[in-house]
Unconditional design. Structure first.
Length: 179
């Protein structure tokens, strides 16, 4: 058998292995982090209900102080967007849009990443008043479709998101408890 045929067979076999493996990989990425903050829900709402304030504690956006950013729409209302463009491949470019607000309770954010690869996700910020404290929960949900879901095996997406959520919540706690 010629070398070309052997290479073609090896390439086809490798591709088949990747596709078969991808059928068994869960493409859902879900992360949840919670923190209790010694501040009333009203203080925390001010940091979670508009995009400028949200980015003051968002660990992702502290990674590149030189990124180009813009805010569109009516700040603090559904439909307002924060868009970014970074030279860092870790941050890439995308938009964060407020899709829903329940005053003093929940914020739902739609995330669209355009680069380094296209991805859609939702982040939910939940606030639960507990006497003089507030429990803040961040939830991240995304789905990577087949066969691209194979990248879940080779990335640390869940761990990276969890780490950044922990850092973000710690910063939110620090800012909220100072007020």
């Amino acid at each position: 058998m010629s070398i070309l045929k052997k290479l073609l067979i090896a390439l086809l076999a490798s591709s088949a292995m990747v596709l078969i493996t991808a059928t068994f990989v869960d493409g859902n990425i879900k992360v949840q982090q919670t923190i209790d903050i010694n501040a009333p829900v009203e203080n925390i709402w001010n940091f979670t209900s508009n995009l400028t304030a949200l980015n003051s504690w968002n660990a992702w956006f502290k990674r590149d102080r030189m990124m180009r950013t813009s805010i569109r729409g009516d700040e603090g209302h559904p439909g307002s967007s924060f868009c970014w463009e970074s030279d860092s491949t870790e941050l890439g470019e995308g938009c964060l849009t407020i899709s829903q607000l329940t005053i003093l309770r929940n914020v739902t954010l739609d995330i669209t990443v355009y680069a380094p690869y296209r991805m859609h996700a939702k982040t939910y910020i939940s606030l639960q008043s507990m006497s003089n404290k507030t429990r803040v929960t961040l939830n991240f949900n995304s789905h990577i479709p087949y066969p691209l879901n194979i990248i879940v095996l080779f990335t640390r997406a869940r761990k990276t998101i969890a780490t950044n959520y922990t850092l973000s919540l710690q910063e939110l706690k620090r800012l909220s408890e100072v007020q």
